[in-house]
Design a protein around this ligand. Structure first.
Ligand SMILES: Nc1ncnc2c1ncn2[C@@H]1O[C@H](COP(=O)(O)OP(=O)(O)OP(=O)(O)O)[C@@H](O)[C@H]1O
Ligand SMILES: [Mg+2]
Length: 248
């Protein structure tokens, strides 16, 4: 198991945003998180790479293990983020060249050899299905790329330092259908080497890309199952209502 989450509660001040969440996240699978707005999907995702650390009002109880180590008590946040990368809803490239966006994490990790840097940057861009589109303009500004290209660049930037897990929070909601299809294809190819957790509001997307799906409602995981099973044969009435569009 890549992540083992047990009885996790999360509070923003007095407001409880996650309630007794349990989840097993399998290695080399895509896990989709679905549920209505405000149900805690992003809150949960952020736990997995300790993005709440800087928010002083957040309090977390429970156990979150990355393989055999508790990420809250047995690992420092730098190590967690090295192993667990994140891609956000809005593409957020740095105001730097395409090359330097991807090289950024490698430089921080101390890589100095230019040849190796070039190879790693190329590999990340190839893996993010962007290389062919940018190979002749690596030293131009990343912000001149289209939105869909920027999102794939952000994926390349996340891949470059070699994480094990990639978290994606609605990575295609700002993209057109063609860019969306590219990112969905990418999820499928990346899972061979990575573990992926993706938040989506799009049921068809969850069906297309994920192996397992967890349905959140009001901070609780109501149901988690093989994706096909969850959509074809939901066990809980609330899941059924949500996936057939009767609420949420
Ligand atoms: N930084 C914060 N401070 C206080 N409350 C927050 C904070 N972030 C989220 N919340 C609250 O926690 C609950 C869960 O929010 P979260 O962003 O996790 O929902 P979500 O499922 O990702 O929704 P959406 O689909 O709209 O992105 C909401 O009630 C939200 O208002
Ligand atoms: Mg969210």
């Amino acid at each position: 198991m890549k992540f083992t989450v047990r009885d996790v509660d999360l509070y923003y001040g007095k407001n409880q945003a996650l309630k007794k969440v349990n989840m097993d996240i399998e290695e080399n699978e895509v896990t989709a998180l679905i549920g209505p707005s405000g149900c805690g999907k992003s809150t949960f995702l952020k736990i997995l790479n300790r993005l709440h650390d800087l928010n002083p009002i957040v309090h977390i109880d429970g156990e979150i293990k990355l393989e055999d180590k508790n990420i809250l008590t047995e690992m420092d946040p730098i190590e967690v983020r090295r192993r667990v990368g994140m891609v956000f809803q809005q593409p957020n490239p740095f105001v730097k060249t395409i090359y330097n966006n991807v090289a950024y994490g490698l430089k921080i990790a101390g890589l100095k050899n230019k040849g190796e840097m070039d190879d790693r940057v190329k590999k990340a861009l190839v893996d993010a299905a962007l290389w062919d589109e940018v190979k002749d303009r690596l030293h131009t500004s990343a912000v001149d790329l289209s939105g869909g290209q920027q999102q794939r660049l952000c994926i390349a930037r996340t891949l470059a330092p070699g994480p094990e897990v990639i978290l994606m929070d609605e990575p295609t909601s700002a993209l057109d259908p063609i860019s969306t299809a590219k990112i969905e294809d990418l999820c499928q190819s990346l899972k061979e080497h990575y573990t992926i957790v993706i938040v989506t509001h799009n049921m068809q997307q969850a069906l297309r890309v994920s192996d397992k799906t967890a349905f959140f409602l009001l901070g609780e995981v109501i149901e988690m199952n093989e994706t096909q099973e969850l959509f074809q044969n939901p066990k809980e009435a609330e899941t059924s209502k949500y996936i057939t569009g009767r609420f949420g």
